[in-house]
Design a protein around this ligand. Structure first.
Ligand code: SF4
Length: 601
């Protein structure tokens, strides 16, 4: 039996490239690494920490990128089609991490690699072509300057229709600090500005194609477990709604619980505007189809097309998720659905994070209203709700044109350039914009946003388990959660999210607030694929270790406990819920969380 055959579930090789030296190296995947770090987030963490000096400037050639898949990627395990990217973020100058769905990760494994490590920087635009165990660096001069859809078209034409493409658009090339790494026409590792890191290395794309099957230890057991999971998903009404309408189906509910952000987090409620965000209206106005990540029976992705009028799209594309509808819609008081779809399409094509882009536009509208910037400085009036402003600013940011060149620096960087206390209107933690769930009203989000090592992230964990209890995660059901209950529940689910990200399973469907698949299934899936016998508890210990390693990296990079905070917008500006003013004090949650993690404040 060959060495690689013992590693069931893994492709057995890591591709290590140094762009400065034009050198490619295929490294065998050590069995000890799979035991200690499992895959995905674990592998990326280990490789990145081993190779990276935490003090390195994020956009210098010395920054390292680790792109990894998981042991279940490319198997029949449900919802396994994600990959993770880790680097030092140019937005937060700290741990940078983002992941994406689609089919690229599975194809990388079929091509013979579990992951790719990138060091150095090329002198000329370059792309990596990986095919059935072979890899070569090729000139990207012809595609430098193209958007992500055009890049994908070009590389598929050149290397074959089966090719899957991960790439940056013009935003990454222009080093926009919140540019995304895109794949599969609209899928995004959107956050932390990792597209700019690729751009700084002049690495335009990684195209992959392969025909190897993944070696599974016990196919029969994997099939049985997978069938059980799918049958549970199909019985879950939340999953069926998401499957039919996408993640935007919940907007009326999220407004009801005062979670949906409105007018840069200043407004509490909506009137008739809510009608335009109704799921049926959205479906009738925009939908043309559905797509799913590799191995996913849910298919939460809706494709949309605006075929005519001022917001017409060149072709159908991935529709906006809830986060994009909120950031480029309600956050800016923009309720023109076609304009939101167009703005999202532009963000996908230019390769810019739709969440932070929307936040920067809302910030612009607020500082314009407050007289901090003028029409003369902007070149136009940035009135709330004007869809033209939303569209224009996305283009200006991606191309670093005019005022867009300032906004491209992200919330902290832009506010520093503008001055006049403008950071108060660009809510951020560690330099990353706050995602589209309100920490004043959504229990647990304040803590989650404050302590996440890569800046505020809406899927880092949850505390929904407090209302149901989770024996597997050691969370007891409580009627009125205390600060300590919240901190305990979050730290447990945070460890579990790390495990899911080692497996590269969809955190959305394996989380209790959506698909609600029991955590006990995760080791069952892993053991059936790899032949290992790990328990959930041991997996969670690895999850906890990864939280610690990311924290340690940030400390060595110079971050302090004070960087675990929440902006004044949520501490000082109330949201009214049933007539009661609600703000949030994140500090007691952070103190309890530090005690659980054994950290000093
Ligand atoms: S639920 Fe959505 S994000 Fe998750 S795997 Fe399926 S299609 Fe991808």
């Amino acid at each position: 039996m060959g060495y690689w055959m013992e590693l069931f579930g893994y492709a057995g090789k890591i591709l290590h490239l140094n762009l400065s030296e034009n050198r490619l190296q295929k490294m065998p995947l050590e069995r000890s690494l799979t035991k200690e770090f499992l895959g995905g987030s674990g592998f990326a963490t280990k490789f990145f920490i081993d190779l990276m000096d935490p003090h390195v400037e994020p956009l210098s050639p010395k920054n390292v990128i680790a792109i990894m898949t998981g042991p279940l990627t490319g198997t029949m395990a449900p919802m396994n089609g994600r990959h993770i990217i880790v680097s030092k973020s140019p937005l937060t100058h700290a741990w940078g991490q983002s992941d994406s769905g689609g089919h690229w990760g599975a194809e990388l494994k079929f091509a013979g690699f579990d992951g790719i490590i990138v060091e150095g920087a090329a002198e000329e635009p370059t792309y990596l072509w990986v095919s059935d165990g072979n890899a070569e660096l090729l000139s990207a001069k012809e595609i430098w300057g193209l958007d992500t859809f055009e890049t994908e078209h070009f590389l598929k034409q050149k290397h074959g229709r089966k090719t899957k493409v991960l790439c940056i658009g013009q935003a990454g090339e222009n080093l926009v600090k919140f540019s995304a790494v895109m794949n599969d026409k609209g899928r995004a590792a959107g956050r932390r500005g990792l597209g700019a890191v690729m751009g700084s290395k002049k690495l335009k794309a990684i195209a992959v194609s392969g025909s190897n099957a993944i070696n599974v230890h016990d196919d029969k057991m994997l099939l049985e477990i997978s069938k059980e999971i799918v049958s549970q998903l199909k019985k879950n009404p939340r999953v069926n709604t998401i499957s039919e309408f996408g993640t935007w189906a919940n907007i009326p509910f999220l407004l009801k619980i005062k979670d949906l952000p409105i007018k840069n987090w200043l407004q509490d409620d909506l009137g008739d505007e809510l009608n335009s965000l109704n799921k049926q209206v959205m479906r009738e106005t925009l939908f043309v189809g559905s797509r799913a990540c590799y191995g996913c029976p849910v298919g939460c992705e809706k494709t949309v097309l605006v075929s005519e009028g001022p917001y017409s799209m060149k072709e159908s594309g991935r529709g906006p998720e809830y986060e994009a509808i909120a950031s480029m819609g309600s956050l800016c008081l923009n309720f023109n659905l076609k304009a939101i779809a167009k703005a999202n399409d532009l963000a996908n094509r230019y390769g810019v994070d739709a969440i932070t882009a929307g936040c920067m536009i809302a910030f612009t509208m607020e500082i314009f209203e407050r007289g901090i910037i003028s029409e003369k400085e902007l070149g136009f009036k940035a009135e709330w709700g004007d869809p033209e402003v939303v569209i224009n600013l996305i283009e200006m940011i991606a191309r670093r044109r005019g005022f867009g060149n300032i906004l491209a620096e992200g919330p902290k960087g832009a506010a520093k350039i503008i001055g006049r206390n403008s950071e108060a209107y660009a809510p951020n933690v560690k330099g990353e914009s706050v995602p589209m769930h309100d920490p004043r009203t959504y229990l647990g989000k304040a803590l989650m946003y404050a302590v996440c090592p890569y800046g505020p992230d809406h899927s880092r964990g949850s505390v929904a388990e407090l209302y149901t209890g989770s024996e597997e995660l050691g969370i007891e059901k409580v009627d009125e959660p205390t600060t300590r209950d919240v901190a305990r529940a979050f730290s447990s689910t945070e460890n579990f999210v790390e495990v899911l990200e080692c497996m590269m399973l969809c955190t959305f469907q394996y989380a209790s607030y959506a698909g609600g698949i029991s955590p006990a299934y995760v080791p069952k899936l892993y053991n059936s694929v790899t032949g290992d016998k790990i328990s959930l508890d041991d997996m969670l210990k690895i999850g906890s270790k990864l939280v610690q390693l990311k924290r340690d990296f940030n400390e060595r990079a110079g971050l302090k406990a004070e960087d675990d905070n929440l902006p004044p917008r949520f501490r000082e500006v109330p949201r009214y819920v049933n007539g009661k003013a609600v703000t949030v004090d994140y500090k007691p949650y952070v103190e309890e969380y530090y005690k659980i993690r054994g950290w000093k404040g």
